[in-house]
Ligand binder design. Structure first.
Ligand SMILES: Nc1nc2c(c(=O)[nH]1)N[C@H]1C(S)=C(S)[C@@H](COP(=O)(O)O)O[C@H]1N2
Ligand SMILES: [Mo]
Length: 319
């Protein structure tokens, strides 16, 4: 495999930023006129801008989707993240907040549809039925959280896209922009991050597009401005910062499947009895809790989704 070594000019922005700015950011900013900030420090100025969708939140909770455990503290769920575009460690939240440019954000709906659509994120949001749901989230690395997502059912977006009868899958992609996400220069990863669901999965009532978290617009590090939440599958299926939904009759090759298909398959349904080749999936570490808890089949959502797989017994449904 060809591995590209980072060159000198690919130094992270941090390395080129004076220490005083990086470490004493708030104190430093307080002393600078707004104009200067806007031109000199785009990432930081951006974070202070009002989010055009902010007035929409909080949205009405849907009591049907509740929890059997406490909600994860916001601070934890938004500072312990996986978002490889901003690095492969867990503390990428600051990097994502500083770098991810959230507007303009265009969403494409294409492939096997009546007519391809390109729509600005805020226009799309106005046409979708917003609600809040409490969902568990189980990462394949055996940690989990439970969070209040705001957003809309993926089924509503599928209906909006008007797929043709022959479409069997929906393929979702994250943005591709090496300036914004320098880790996308790592050519041994198959960027952009790609995920897929069958149309039946995508239109299952649990499949959700999250645009908010904890009653506010979803933060950059959690996959702003829109990310998938499919709580019966391992977390890597829940692709972040989506720019396209393509309808197709061919099963998409997903990011992790391409990297290591033996460990991270297309289906990736949670099952405590099917270990990852390198570790057990029987229990999980709940973020913020002291003890591990047993993992449940389909992460506890079997009543909604087990039927989706009744005719797929020959498939590797659990990895
Ligand atoms: N684009 C993109 N989406 C992604 C990932 C990623 O690295 N890039 N990581 C996945 C993994 S492994 C998990 S567990 C969840 C993490 O979501 P969270 O950081 O909001 O907990 O996002 C998923 N979606
Ligand atoms: Mo994950």
């Amino acid at each position: 495999m060809l591995i590209k070594r980072p060159k000198g000019w690919e130094l992270p922005e941090r390395a080129a930023t004076p220490e005083a700015i990086y470490h004493g950011r708030r104190t430093f900013l307080a002393g600078l006129p707004a104009m200067l900030l806007a031109t000199q420090l785009p990432g930081i100025a951006r974070a202070a801008d009002a989010d055009p969708s902010a007035a929409l939140y909080p949205v009405k909770p849907n009591p049907k989707y509740g929890l059997d455990r406490p909600i994860t503290p916001e601070k934890l769920a938004t500072t312990y993240n996986n978002f490889y575009e901003f690095g492969s460690h867990k503390e990428i939240w600051r990097e994502a907040q500083d770098r991810l440019k959230l507007r303009p954000w265009t969403v494409k709906l294409d492939g096997m549809v009546e007519k391809p659509i390109e729509i600005g994120f805020d226009d799309l949001l106005k046409q979708m039925p917003l609600e809040e749901r409490l969902y568990r989230h189980r990462c394949v690395e055996a940690w989990s959280m439970a969070v209040p997502w705001s957003g809309f059912p993926l089924a509503a977006l599928v209906a909006f896209a008007k797929p043709l009868g022959g479409a069997k899958y929906v393929e979702m992609k994250t943005f591709m922009d090496v300036k914004m996400a320098p880790a996308q220069r790592q050519s041994w990863y198959p960027w952009p991050y790609t995920e897929g669901l069958t149309i039946e999965e995508a239109t299952n009532e649990l499949a959700f597009i999250a645009t908010g978290l904890y009653g506010k617009p979803i933060p950059a590090q959690s996959g702003a401005p829109l990310r998938l939440a499919v709580p019966w599958k391992y977390g890597f299926k829940s692709v972040k910062s989506i720019v396209s939904f393509s309808f197709t009759d061919k099963r998409p090759k997903t990011f992790w499947e391409e990297i290591q298909g033996r460990e991270y398959g297309f289906w990736a349904n949670v099952n405590p009895e099917v270990p990852h080749p390198r570790w057990s999936q029987a229990t999980e570490r709940v973020l913020g809790a002291m003890e591990r808890v047993p993992t449940q089949i389909y992460n506890g959502y079997g009543e909604y989704v087990a039927g989706l797989y009744a005719d797929k017994k020959g498939e590797k449904l659990f990895m």
